[in-house]
Design a protein around this ligand. Structure first.
Ligand code: ADP
Ligand code: MN
Ligand code: MN
Ligand code: MN
Ligand code: MN
Length: 363
């Protein structure tokens, strides 16, 4: 497929025009395959500051894998709002991105709407103030040849080892897109806390967090949406498949960092170790929601723990769970679950971490 790049200088001419007393709202939702979709509408008045000022909407469920065409209207219920970086305004206000949950015609959560159950879990455990930080790894795809961006037309680049956090045109392919996405996230109001060039050429990471409760899933989905939109401008594809290239190349994960208020307090290491014990009892239940094709990535090689063995360690990047060295030294902080794949749905991942770690053990 050929890349169609947007003509940003031409577009700027039109984005300078006044939009009158309106606001443009881009509604985002997850389709039946777990991909993000969006469509736009014009709202008046020109300023919206609260969620309940945003109307519900519908989408065609038959074209988004959510319903068949006989009864195809799926309800879109606004649940979070961000600033839209793609539609700048010149009157001190912002256009909006509106993240929605999907509801069936009966108004019950759609079966693929995993946010709804995540919210229930987070509310039930809200007194523990669960915080998350997710490290989203991903790879750019060259639309000319469907290969990782920057890779030679035939064969492979030089072996990995020199690319992670590297600089220079022989090692880094796509930094403009990374920078544009970083700023777009900050403008939108996403808690992006960093980015880095990753291990495989064409691969990068951004980190979102710490976010409390259901906001982790919301912010990661909006950050992914922003990445797809920004890369679309550059005519470049993005994949979050956990093993986009076979062979001696690191796969892609979504390391999920997690803490509760007890873990963050002085002496919190005990609470971290207790939680790890509980997680160890439910390894396969966690793996079940830790992403498709994760078996291709969790091989015990390339800085992963094997999919069939639960392990943990201090500063150990070959374990399922890592306690960062600085956390161990401080005796408090958070743990890193290294098992989740890059293509996770963060709602069930954050839910199961809370449920497993805060449940009472059978006596
Ligand atoms: P790594 O060394 O594994 O590459 P990163 O710097 O990429 O670590 O990511 C660290 C993540 O940990 C960030 O997403 C950050 O938001 C998150 N984090 C930091 N403190 C906490 C905390 N107390 N609870 C949960 N997550 C946290
Ligand atoms: Mn139509
Ligand atoms: Mn990282
Ligand atoms: Mn990484
Ligand atoms: Mn990590």
């Amino acid at each position: 497929m050929a890349a169609i790049k947007s003509n940003s200088s031409l577009l700027q001419k039109y984005l300078q025009l006044s939009q009158g007393d309106t606001i443009q709202a881009e509604y985002l939702w997850l389709d039946g395959q777990g991909d993000i979709r969006s469509k736009s509408r014009t709202l008046t008045p020109k300023q919206v500051s609260r969620l309940d000022e945003l109307p519900e909407w519908t989408c065609d469920g038959s074209l988004t894998g959510l319903a068949d065409h006989h009864d195809s209207d799926i309800l879109l219920k606004p649940v979070a709002m961000y600033h839209d970086p793609f539609r700048p305004r010149h009157d001190g206000l912002t256009n909006k991105l509106v993240l929605c949950e999907t509801l069936s015609p009966s108004s019950s959560p759609h079966p693929t709407n995993l946010r709804s159950s995540c919210l229930k879990v987070m509310l039930a455990h809200a007194q523990h103030k669960p915080w998350f930080g997710i490290e989203q790894e991903y790879m750019f795809i060259d639309m000319e040849n469907n290969r990782p961006l920057g890779w030679p037309k035939f064969g492979h680049p030089e072996p990995q080892g020199k690319y992670y956090c590297a600089v220079g045109a022989t090692k880094v392919f796509g930094r403009d897109i990374v920078e544009a996405h970083y700023r777009a996230c900050l403008f939108a109001g996403i808690s992006i806390c960093g980015t880095n060039v990753e291990t495989t050429p064409g691969q990068f990471e951004y980190q979102i967090g710490p976010c409390e409760g259901v906001a982790m899933g919301d912010e990661l989905w909006v950050a992914r949406y922003l990445m797809d939109r920004v890369a679309e401008d550059f005519g470049v594809g993005v994949t979050i498949h956990p093993k986009p290239v076979d062979g001696d190349w690191n796969g892609a994960g979504c390391h999920t960092n997690y803490s509760t208020s007890a873990m963050r307090e002085d002496g919190g290491l005990a609470a971290i170790e207790e939680a790890i014990d509980k997680l160890s009892l439910r390894h396969y239940e966690h793996i079940a929601v830790y992403g498709d094709d994760n078996d291709l990535r969790l091989t015990g090689q390339h800085e992963t723990g094997h999919i069939d063995a639960f392990s943990y360690g201090i500063a150990n990047r070959g374990a399922s769970i890592r306690i960062p060295r600085h956390v161990y030294d401080a005796g408090k902080g958070y743990m890193e679950d290294r098992r989740p794949a890059s293509n996770i749905n963060p709602y069930p991942v954050t839910s199961i971490l809370v449920e497993s770690s805060l449940s009472r053990l059978p006596t």
